[in-house]
Write a protein that binds this ligand. Structure first.
Ligand code: NDP
Ligand code: MG
Length: 384
């Protein structure tokens, strides 16, 4: 039976994966589950799924778990480095990458270097280190299968590997669709966390409000499908039913549709190239009209900024991602206003002078560190 590891098991995608893995228990066995600090939920999941081990990057949380459960149940792995070793030596053939942020890069690279297929939700990894991750997968023969719903849609449309002309990423528009810049000056954290269609972790929900999520997804699509930035378009589709489209060279256009539920992309990635049953409410197209409109790139500059960063390439997307992670976390802790997120990113990109066309892992780690420090420095201008 196929074995799997889930990184970011206690998050929003991780919870969906938990549901799907319970449903598919006769097809997939769980080797390990990884989280940061939520040891209680991780333990519940690990015992329910009969995992061989559970890992916590926060060693203190792991120690608390050990104190509670001793030598019963799954082995408890403590700390980032021990988790990397466990991934490397695991018999699992597949790894679900559902950690949030740049923290997913090293575990993902480790899994790839040891020949495991990566079922990737963690888009920041692809944005920050797309070329490196692709090269590592080419060398080891690992497959990178998208879990991000738009990229899963495109992946499914491309099942026959036919030549495409263009990709169209759909975007809900987030909670602030239709607002002007002026309307966004005083929006609160609570407003930004109210996504109209998807229940997700805080970081990606804020990214969906600034539309940086779609910006990151443009870069992700470039790497996953080997398309140029000119071949990637974005259309606003508030209902989140059409998950993305592919236009082929003859103009024929295919889309994948479904309710906004990550269970489908998770299971598609798990079962690929097969398809397994999943109890899902059938799609009812008469329930609401499906509408499409162009994005407002004046108000939501992140689409342009991310596309441009992707085009320049090298370490610029790494810097973009790091600045965004810092700015979003400052917004979530109410230290800066909503519009300052993009201002900080623009300032950090402006400050960055050390780009290079071919990058190593060390270059990426250095650029990420530099951008985080610069973002914190720049943010002082915007602190409220
Ligand atoms: P959440 O914030 O809900 O969950 C994050 C998970 O990662 C948790 O298990 C958390 O552990 C763990 N984690 C956080 N920081 C670290 C760290 N430094 N080291 C190790 N583990 C860590 O995020 P989401 O599930 O919403 O998103 C996960 C990824 O998937 C993101 O990259 C996001 O962009 C992407 N994605 C999410 C979608 C969604 O529907 N949510 C859709 C498409 C893509 P703990 O609970 O212990 O803190
Ligand atoms: Mg998405």
């Amino acid at each position: 039976m196929t074995q799997i590891i889930v990184l970011g098991a206690t998050g929003s995608v991780g919870e969906t994966a938990f549901r799907v893995l319970q449903h598919d228990a006769d097809r997939i066995r769980v080797d390990g589950l990884v989280a940061h600090s939520n040891f209680e939920r991780l333990w519940e999941m690990g015992t329910t799924l009969h995992a061989n081990w559970v890992g916590l990057t926060d060693t203190e949380a792991a120690m608390k778990l050990r104190a509670q459960h001793g030598s019963r149940g799954p082995r408890i792995i403590a700390g980032f480095d021990a988790i990397l070793e466990e991934i490397a030596s695991s018999p699992a053939e597949k790894v679900i990458g559902a950690m949030t942020g740049f923290a997913g890069l090293l575990p993902t690279l480790t899994a790839i270097r040891y020949g495991k297929d990566i079922l990737l939700a963690n888009k920041e990894t692809m944005v920050a280190a797309g070329d490196l991750v692709r090269q590592a997968a080419k060398t080891s023969g690992s497959h990178i299968i998208p879990v991000d719903s738009e990229h899963s849609a495109i992946f499914q449309c491309l099942a026959l590997d036919q030549p495409l002309r263009r990709i169209v990423l759909t975007c809900s528009g987030g909670p602030f669709r239709g607002r002007t810049r002026k309307d966004l000056v005083n929006v609160r954290v609570e407003d930004a966390l109210k996504h109209p269609n998807w229940a997700m972790g805080a970081k990606i929900t804020v990214d969906s409000a600034t539309l940086m999520n779609k910006g990151l997804e443009i870069i992700e699509a470039h790497h996953l499908f080997d398309v140029t930035y000119d071949q990637i378009d974005v259309v606003i589709h508030p209902q989140s039913v059409v998950h993305s489209l592919v236009e082929f060279v003859d103009g024929a256009t295919m889309a994948q549709l479904g309710w906004p539920d990550m269970a489908v992309p998770v299971q598609v990635a798990l079962s690929w190239p097969e398809r397994w049953p999943l109890p899902q409410e059938p799609l009812d197209l008469t329930r609401q009209p499906l509408t499409f409109e162009p994005p407002d790139t004046e108000t939501f500059e992140s689409l342009r900024i991310a596309r441009e960063a992707g085009r320049i390439g090298g370490l610029v997307p790494t810097v973009l991602n790091a600045a965004n992670e810092v700015a979003v976390s400052l917004f979530l802790s109410r230290e800066i206003g909503f519009l300052s997120i993009i201002d900080i990113i623009k300032d950090v990109l402006q400050d960055f002078r050390d780009n290079r066309p071919v990058v190593t892992l060390e270059d990426i780690l250095d650029a990420d560190q530099w951008a985080r420090q610069d973002a914190v420095r720049v943010a002082r201008r915007y602190q409220q």
